[in-house]
Design a protein around this ligand. Sequence first.
Ligand code: UT7
Length: 336
Amino acid sequence: MLYQSKIAGLGYYVPENVVTNEDLSKLMDTNDEWITERTGIKERRHIKEGDGNSTAIMGVKAAKIALERANIDKDDIDLIVFATLSPDYYFPGCGVQVQEMLDIKTCPALDVRNQCSGFIYGLSVADQFIKTGMYKNVLLIGSENHSGGLDMTTRGRGVSVIFGDGAGAAVLTRSNHNGQGILSTHLHSEGKHALELALKGPSTMHWVPELIEENPQEDIPYFPYMNGQYVFKNAVKRFSEVIIEGLQENGLEVADIDMLIPHQANLRISQFIQQKFKLKDEQVFNNIQKYGNTTAASIPIALTEAWEQGKIKDGDKIVLAAFGSGFTWASAVINW
Ligand code: UT7
């Protein structure tokens, strides 16, 4: 017999330090008009030196809120799943740091490396473990410290203005056989596009000393590279496909969507999807204007805010969808 999983509690945390488009224009040749017009972003949060935050620490802050709201004791967590592309250390992953910081006995901790799709990939992992009955409660976190690794000069402006820091968390638990919970998840990848959105070094192929020796300062490959327009075109195609795939799997129509929470990649991408599917404003949730693109954290932050604002009610059909580096893309359909 298969069980069903549901989200029992949500939480998010963003650093206090607000970085506006105006602030960025003092560091690089950019301006509020360009950023707003191309991305919809007005401000984002960046970790500030001395504020005590890191990817794992922000994840823990979000997790504590989610655990409290779920009313589930930390010691009843059977598995931690941590999605990030910006871990505190090359290894070990952030999952074990969370296990230690939350003082959860010796539960397993798993890191997911699927960038913007990381939260939905993690949700799928959590869902499978709960479905089979192996685990009852899973703590799922998406957290990113982008600001620690961005090129904040004009050279990096095509990438750096988009990304922000933050964390979101969900506690998943076994549902009571009433149909409430995760209905399905849909995961995809296409590795031939891997280097269209990538951070090549430092890595086992590009160690820092070698990079410094071999690369002039003008061409440092240890900042993220993004072929923006190419990513954009693929994103709108794959977002659309994977949303349809999720709906069809569950015999649902676009009109049945109560809330679509797209990964907050670019407001223009969300608007394109909204127009394509003829969704009303109240059927799509966006908060990229305030937080920028927080990669694996963007969906749990948006989901939490939508829930906090009373925009998600019991019985609603919630669709999550994401696309990003890999390329990877994914969707989830939830009966709230
Ligand atoms: O979440 C993971 C998935 N990521 C995405 O989905 C992102 C998808 N891509 C995008 O969102 C958009 O491609 C961007 C927002 C990244 C860029 O927008 P764009 O309309 O594709 O601009 P572009 O890269 O084609 O650049 C247009 C111009 C260039 O100048 P020239 O060559 O026309 O003179 C850039 O140098 O804008 C310039 N530019 C900027 N100007 C001011 C690039 N970045 C900036 C900037 N401020 N920050």
